[in-house]
Design a protein around this ligand. Structure first.
Ligand SMILES: Cc1cc2nc3c(=O)[nH]c(=O)nc-3n(C[C@H](O)[C@H](O)[C@H](O)COP(=O)(O)OP(=O)(O)OC[C@H]3O[C@@H](n4cnc5c(N)ncnc54)[C@H](O)[C@@H]3O)c2cc1C
Length: 383
């Protein structure tokens, strides 16, 4: 087993770090307070080929094949260097839950019309799955798609939609036959200027405040047949396939953020003196930092394993659930430990770890809560 990083991946990592260090820096504390999304960064990232990493040429990607391991390492590098977790969630939400389903299930025409503008940063796409009464039990969704001449009429409400207020294209899951349950669900690419689609107001939230969320409501919203992604009834498969990418790729940035946090915690523990010595010399502090390192390394191995499985054409539902659970819970715990290390300073906005803690909570909820990941893992273990 070879754990070394290939030279072309090492190059990609340093390119990403250089890019993020020069272009993705500003006063995140201030933007977090006002809940402001950095739209100029979105375009800079697209020019740098970041959204294109979840596509292939000629649809805005730089090569004819995905390089998932390279993409994970690149996003990890972004998370290490760019402090805006909300912005990274926005990028990842579009890339892995909108672009990948179009890449895998779209027609050539759909890839040209929808994937290319997303991968090149011209448009913003959102994944519209959750509903007010369908969260963890997602396939009990009540949004309907009724067949009419030339297309479908969509009716229903989608909730907690990352980037909802800024969306140009929504990948909407809806049932063409509620009686069929999960087998009645289909996926639709809905342009958000379609009559009958309305965006709700921006939802105020605890963390990830730099990316706006909203509801999307569809009332007799007409979607032409050519905008259906895949065949009727394959929404369940599309959803499952994208969730596997979602569960590993969405969190790669958080791995990078944990590495940055660890460096800061070590530096703080070396410099802060109490009782005549650096606090890092107290075992209570140093052991806490040792645990932070352990969580990072175990998360990293799981993440790279999923990327490797997917790159080699293997399904990895167990590994994807394991990494989602381990990485999201680790970021939460490490954020709390970083605050403990910094004492009262860690509680202040300017030290930026209180924001990490608020941002980390979203990770244990989206793409299936930690309880749901444990359900998946235990089911796949035959329980
Ligand atoms: C930051 C963030 C971003 C999001 N972005 C999007 C997005 O872009 N698009 C989108 O469609 N959705 C998005 N969501 C929604 C997200 O996927 C749901 O919040 C999530 O699936 C949980 O659903 P729920 O909130 O309805 O909670 P519920 O399903 O009501 O769960 C409430 C509690 O009950 C537990 N629970 C429920 N069922 C079970 C069970 N069977 N076994 C054990 N425990 C159970 C849960 O673990 C949880 O603790 C986002 C959410 C967040 C927080």
């Amino acid at each position: 087993m070879d754990f070394s990083i290939a030279p072309h991946h090492q190059l990609l990592i340093s390119e990403m770090e250089t890019f993020a260090r020069s272009e993705l820096q500003d006063d995140v504390v201030a933007r977090d307070s006002t809940g402001t999304f950095p739209m100029d960064w979105w375009h800079k990232c697209a020019q740098h080929g970041i959204q294109g990493m979840a596509s292939v040429s000629p649809y805005g990607g730089s090569s004819p094949e995905l390089d998932l391991l390279g993409s994970m390492m690149a996003i990890q590098a972004l998370g290490r260097t760019c402090k805006d977790a909300g912005f990274l969630l926005a990028l990842n939400a579009q890339m892995w839950t909108v672009q990948i389903p179009i890449l895998h299930f779209g027609t050539e025409e759909q890839k040209e019309r929808f994937l290319k503008p997303l991968a090149t940063g011209l448009k913003i796409g959102v994944h519209a799955l959750t509903e007010p009464d369908a969260g963890s039990d997602i396939f009990s969704m009540q949004t309907t798609a009724t067949k009419v001449n030339g297309g479908y009429l969509l009716n229903g409400v989608k909730r907690f939609i990352t980037l909802g207020p800024l969306a140009d294209i929504a990948l909407v899951f809806a049932s063409t036959n509620l009686e069929l349950g999960q087998w009645g669900i289909s996926a639709f690419l809905v342009e958000t200027d379609s009559p009958g689609l309305t965006k709700g107001p921006v939802l105020e939230k605890m963390g990830l405040r730099t990316v706006p969320f909203s509801e999307l409501t569809m009332t007799e919203c007409f979607v032409p047949t050519e905008n259906r992604l895949g065949k009727e009834g394959v929404g369940f498969s599309i959803c499952h396939s994208s969730l596997e990418y979602d569960r590993c790729c969405m969190l790669a940035g958080k791995l990078g953020a944990m590495e940055r946090q660890l460096d800061d915690a070590i530096q703080y523990a070396q410099q802060r003196r109490q009782g005549g010595k650096a606090i890092g010399k107290y075992q209570a502090v140093s052991h806490r930092i040792a645990d932070m390192k352990l969580r990072i390394e175990s998360s990293k191995l799981l993440l790279y394993k999923v990327a490797w499985c997917k790159s080699n054409g293997q399904n990895a539902p167990l590994e994807a659930a394991l990494v989602k659970l381990q990485l999201s819970e680790s970021f939460l715990q490490n954020s709390l430990d970083a605050i403990r290390t910094m004492g009262g300073n860690g509680y202040l906005k300017e030290y930026e770890v209180e924001r990490d803690l608020r941002d980390s909570v979203g990770g244990i909820l989206y793409a299936g809560t930690s309880d749901v990941q444990r359900n998946i893992i235990s089911k796949l273990l035959g329980l």
